[in-house]
Unconditional design. Structure first.
Length: 266
């Protein structure tokens, strides 16, 4: 049986849906991604078109299927110590200058690789100095995955070898080819649901905010709105990190750039 094709008018409905819910702007180039990720839901419900699936979402009183669809459409690929220069900067420049309890926010935790990379760096560099790490995401499915701390070995290519032996347990037997982040480190990361385009909960200010590989999915207006809500939660002198493919130029001109994709609040 040939796979179901998504029509332009059907794709347009999902474009609007994900924009309204998550602020994500999906270009026409994302049409195969939308079709591919939702195809399994059509099969699950024995539906013959993406239009039928959209109607199912529209009349879903529990909103459970809508949650599943949003999870599928907003989850992005990640891995440990992605863009390693940021972690070098965190280790060598940012953390040595911070006093008292250090608070860090990872605003797009995905399946946990980034926050655990941050947590390893914090634990290694700060010693007995207290720290807190909040990791948030719009996808409840990947948050549950992140909490387990269980990954395949292919995710560790960029992880420093001392961290692998110190913070990870290698799987054996039927768990061969996987590893588990140590329970002592997992317990120090607070994972929580948060939609960046909605009103933010009350939070204490942070020394460092990681918002990497998020803004690239927003249009300019949404980028400005999201960043303007986050900046009051960044301490004076705090650092704001985006990915190497992103920039805050024209979005948050009050920040000072200290390295590519790394900004500091005066």
């Amino acid at each position: 049986m040939e796979p179901v094709q998504i029509r332009e008018e059907e794709f347009a409905k999902f474009q609007k849906l994900i924009r309204d819910i998550a602020g994500i702007h999906m270009t026409a180039a994302k049409k195969p991604l939308v079709a591919g990720r939702l195809a399994k839901r059509l099969k699950h419900h024995a539906l013959s078109s993406y239009g039928e699936y959209y109607q199912l979402l529209s009349r879903d009183p529990s909103r459970e299927e809508l949650r599943i669809a949003v999870d599928l459409l907003t989850t992005n690929e990640t891995y440990f110590f992605r863009e390693p220069r940021h972690f070098e900067l965190l280790r060598n420049v940012i953390l040595p200058g911070l006093k008292g309890k250090v608070r860090v926010w990872c605003g797009a935790s995905s399946s946990g690789e980034e926050p655990y990379s941050i947590a390893m760096t914090l634990d290694d560099c700060l010693g007995e100095q207290p720290w807190e790490l909040l990791a948030t995401d719009i996808s409840t499915r990947v948050l549950e995955k992140a909490k387990t701390g269980h990954y395949v070995m292919s995710r560790i290519e960029n992880m420093p070898k001392p961290y692998l032996s110190r913070y990870c347990l290698k799987g054996i037997g039927d768990q061969a080819g996987t590893f588990l982040v140590s329970s002592s480190l997992r317990s120090r990361v607070r994972f929580s649901y948060l939609n960046l385009v909605e009103a933010l909960p009350k939070l204490e200010p942070f020394d460092v905010i990681f918002l990497r590989n998020v803004l690239i999915y927003f249009d300019m207006e949404t980028k400005r709105k999201v960043v303007s809500k986050l900046l009051p939660l960044l301490k004076s002198g705090g650092y704001f990190l985006v990915s190497h493919s992103e920039s805050l130029n024209g979005i948050a001109d009050g920040l000072k750039i200290v390295a590519p994709s790394v900004y500091r609040k005066p």
